[in-house]
Design a protein around this ligand. Structure first.
Ligand code: GDP
Ligand code: MN
Length: 377
């Protein structure tokens, strides 16, 4: 789960990282009020979950509250990389004398978190990484020991940070590490970390990505999810504990088990079809879950057929079949269903479905062929 800049910075601030004064606004009117409270120049920053907002014109300075209202009106009407801007952060403007990059992510190859820093931070950091990777200093962190002060000093030295800023830098680096590890993040990044005109160190931008699989340990962070920016079908799927990812094809997939779901998609492609989604309904799914999944799949107008691929293990196939029938009753789908059931009580299950005039198949190969044929017809 990606967090917005304003959310990430608030978290950083709790761990002792200095951030500019400011608040988030959903209307231009609020933006003016906040600018008036802050006094002086402000920066109006679009809150969208993509990088490169600055280059896209989504970060602009305003000299006074009136100006802030005007700039906010314009930014709130923008779309950045396809995402509508629904909120802006109004921060007191900083005078910048240097922009530093500081971030932590997981290095899978090293099996450790890695802290990265560069004296050439700012909007061109991707260019720096591509053209002059030696300008990015990396230090691996032992997750059990945490970031050691000597490591933070090595980074400060590595980016030629003037001595007078080392104390403040150590505090920022420690805070960022704590935020990263305590929130179960996969990314915590400050770009730019600036040295201001009056020689302070402040995090002007912030970005965090949290590990979805650890969110159950952080109900407060889970609440930060911005439902506005997520696909409605994915929001709905999460509500029912379904794993759902929309794809571009026309064969809906209803499968129990992630591995089986991937196999199903592969076989559909093998026979020349295209899956409309990935969906794992999980084990022991009852009629209500099957119905929810079916509604979600059918909300995609591209879907021409739905392929059920269910392996009955502990769950008995006749129960699954009853679940499917109850779901059909509830949803009343207008496209044909192709159903492959195997495992415990498969015969009984298939019989129930065949009686209800559904296309059934015993093998996945046959089921996939039938679904591809129906989708092409
Ligand atoms: P990003 O483009 O999405 O990474 O957004 P950032 O928050 O990093 O802003 C992009 C750039 O805008 C920064 O690198 C700064 O150069 C500039 N910027 C952001 N905030 C301020 C500010 O308060 N004052 C000034 N002068 N520039 C700012
Ligand atoms: Mn940035």
């Amino acid at each position: 789960m990606k967090l917005h800049e304003y959310q990430s910075k608030q978290i950083f601030s709790r761990y002792g990282v200095p951030i500019p004064k400011g608040r988030v606004a959903a209307t231009a009117d609020e933006a003016r009020t906040i600018a008036a409270e802050l006094g002086g120049r402000v920066v109006i920053k679009s809150q969208v979950l993509v990088g490169g907002r600055g280059k896209a014109g989504g970060i602009r300075l305003a000299k006074n509250p009136h100006d802030a209202e005007e700039v906010a009106t314009q930014i709130l009407a923008m779309e950045i990389k396809g995402l509508p801007v629904r909120k802006v952060l109004v921060d007191e403007a900083a005078s910048i004398s240097k922009e530093i990059y500081l971030g932590i992510t997981n290095d899978r190859a090293a099996r450790k978190p890695v802290m990265m820093a560069s004296a050439e931070g700012g909007v061109e950091i991707e260019e720096v990484a591509r053209k002059t990777p030696e300008k990015i200093i990396k230090i691996h962190i032992d997750p059990l020991l945490g970031l050691r002060d000597y490591q933070a000093r090595d980074i400060a030295a590595g980016i030629d940070l003037p001595r007078e800023h080392w104390k403040a830098f150590l505090q920022v680096a420690r805070g960022l590490w704590q935020a990263y590890s305590e929130c179960d993040s996969t990314l915590a990044e400050i770009n730019p970390l600036v040295i201001t005109g009056d020689n302070r160190l402040i995090a002007l931008d912030g970005k965090m990505v949290l590990d979805d699989n650890a969110l159950f340990r952080h109900p407060d962070l889970a609440d930060l999810r911005d439902l506005d920016v997520e696909a409605p079908a994915e929001v709905e799927a999460r509500k029912y504990g379904l794993t759902f990812i929309k794809l571009d094809g026309n064969i809906g997939c209803m499968v129990n088990g992630a591995g089986l779901a991937m196999t199903t998609m592969d076989i559909i492609k093998l026979f020349g079809g295209e899956p409309a989604n990935f969906l794992d309904i999980g084990g022991g799914a009852g009629a209500d879950k099957v119905a929810a999944a079916l509604r979600i799949i059918l909300s995609d107008p591209n879907v021409k057929t739905v392929l059920f691929n269910v392996f009955g293990g502990i769950t008995r196939c006749d129960e699954v079949a009853r679940g499917i029938l109850a779901a059909m009753e509830d949803v009343q789908p207008s496209v044909p269903m192709v159903i492959r059931l195997v495992g415990t009580n498969a015969e009984e299950g298939r019989q129930l479905l065949a009686d209800a005039k559904m296309i059934t198949a015993e093998t996945l190969v046959n089921a996939a062929k039938k679904a591809v044929a129906v989708a092409k017809a």
